[in-house]
Ligand binder design. Structure first.
Ligand code: PMP
Length: 295
């Protein structure tokens, strides 16, 4: 199938306050965000026209910018409204949404104190992030580790943090795997390249503490769903060899939704009752039949 490039599509992009025709949403090559990764973004999904956990995503965008030292010039209410406007304008009730904020072209150096903060929001039709979701995806170890919180702004959804994710994912795909599992700088299990991870061990759910990676909005939703089902959930440090004890493993993320994992290196898992129950709850939550509050 021919790729349809993202800069040559129909529709609208919300661009610094107004909807512009898709192909006009361009920036100059001398933009600070491009050279110095002074950009933060979000990934959201709309289900039947309604953005799942919109407020939490808009707030995280603002918070991510503050962590990088900049203030997005819109309120959380304005970002929510802009997101809904662009979803409606593009006429795809089931879509992926990409808000991004970046430092502009006013200054080009490490210091960019006077640079203007730009914000854009685009949407596109997008189905499943992974194929093979039924029996579980195949994963390998990433050779890159998540940095320590005093090495990078790890709780920001900052563009620069994705450099090691793309390198890890490309390496995994080159070797026939769907994704890579990243350890953190201590050697503990951290997350996949764009999703958090959960292990079911003898009926109890375990997930790494998000102390050096994104505390995903889907992750928090899944924890709320597990609690509502009275499934015990433990957030803790998890070492790689503990995968040997897990019967079920799955990833969570806006793009990944809940994706069962069948294989990580030499370890094997089978999607079972816990994964299935949470998949059912997630389906109900994204269809708006039930809410699992997370904030
Ligand atoms: N970790 C990384 C590196 C991600 O890119 C994502 C996707 N945003 C997640 C975790 C999951 O976060 P969320 O559930 O908020 O989409």
């Amino acid at each position: 199938m021919a790729l349809v490039p993202f800069d040559d599509r129909d529709g609208f992009v919300w661009w610094n306050g107004s909807l512009v025709p898709w192909r006009d949403a361009k920036l100059h090559v001398l933009s600070h965000g491009l050279h110095y990764a002074s950009a933060v973004f979000e990934g959201e999904r709309a289900y039947n026209g309604k953005v799942f956990k919109l407020r939490e995503h808009s707030q995280r965008l603002i918070d991510s910018g503050r962590i990088l030292g900049f203030e997005i010039p819109y309120t959380v209410e304005e970002i929510d409204a802009a997101t809904n406007a662009v979803v409606a304008a593009n006429g795809q009730p089931d879509c992926y949404i990409r808000p991004i904020a970046w430092r502009g072209s006013e200054m080009m150096g490490v210091s960019a104190q006077q640079s203007k903060i730009n914000v854009a929001i685009a949407t596109w039709a997008w189905g499943s992030y992974f194929s093979d979701k039924e029996k579980g995806i195949r994963m390998c170890w990433a050779k890159w580790s998540r940095p320590a919180p005093n090495t990078a702004p790890t709780s920001s959804k900052a563009a620069g943090l994705y450099m090691i994710c793309t390198m890890s994912k490309h390496e995994a795909e080159k070797n026939g795997y769907a994704d890579a599992l990243m350890l953190d700088w201590r050697g503990q299990i951290a997350e996949a390249t764009g999703a958090n991870i959960f292990l079911a061990i003898d009926g109890v759910l375990h997930t790494p503490k998000p102390d050096c990676f994104l505390d995903g909005i889907t992750r928090r939703s899944v924890i709320a769903m597990a609690k509502a089902r009275q499934i015990q959930i433990v957030e803790r440090a998890i070492w790689p060899d503990e995968l040997a004890q897990a019967q079920e493993v799955f990833l969570t993320g806006t793009a990944a939704e809940i994706t069962p994992v069948g294989e990580i290196d030499k370890y094997r898992f089978t999607p079972g009752p816990i994964t299935k129950a949470l998949l059912e709850d997630f389906g109900r939550a994204t269809r708006g039949e039930v809410d699992f509050p997370i904030s």
